[in-house]
Design a protein around this ligand. Sequence first.
Ligand code: ASP
Length: 297
Amino acid sequence: MSGLITLHGWGRERLTEILDKAEGYVASAQSTAFSGATVTCAFFEASTRTRLSFERAAHRLGAYVMGFSPELSSVTKGESFKDTILTLTAIGTDVFILRHTLADAADLAAGWSGRPVINAGLGSREHPTQTLIDALTLRQEFGRLDGLRMAIVGDIRNSRVARGHLIALPTLGVELTLVGPTPFMPQDNPWGVRTSTNLDDELGDVDVVYLLRIQAERGSSADIPSSAGYARRYGMNEERLSMMKPTGVVMHPGPINRGVEIDDATADSERSLLVRQVANGVPVRMAVIAEALEGVR
Ligand code: ASP
């Protein structure tokens, strides 16, 4: 049973293979390759781009998309997560695309359903398709990943996006530095990457500044005593953009909070890859869904 819960253990070859497959889908037409297959999007946390790009991706592969919104479902009548998964399996789900606050929700759902599960964001554990999207976007921009330097800036402690990047990007040759105020730093550093509390010191050395939203829903706050104004110390703005190499770019998984981690001019500048990241969500998720559906045929 394949699916994609984590990129942990994926080598360079495997990662490159899925990026190549996604690249092949960038300009592909609507297909009927997987007509008759049913993909269920079960999102137990809010989402705009992840959910809609997964739906669009499944549709472009010819699959039927069963949408499930807990707030409009029998979850509000007390139905458990397990019974919800069993119900959606019985109705006819070939592959689950799951977002949940629980880090092990996908492993549980895979066990109960016997179906491949794709992780669309699990608590602060990992968001593997976002990592693949960002790798593809960078490869398109720089023509390579090897040797690129990226500063991941902000609420790293609570970020599933950062965790996915830490798991997979070094395997592809990207050198990571974690930047943010101490309360936003991970409690341990099993990846052995560089850390810094001073963004301005890092800007001249990196090719990519990767910004993160402050995860208020996981208890984080911008009112960090030591930082005295998050935007002032860590927000990307035109002045900071000018401190980067002329080829340097800014990325963010979205949603952005303008005026906090990024200002208007930077978000809308030509050196911001934000819109391209969103657009790449569709081909990357097509590649991941196609692999999962190939596994159940
Ligand atoms: N959209 C990303 C996620 O779901 C990043 C964020 O919400 O800050 O993790």
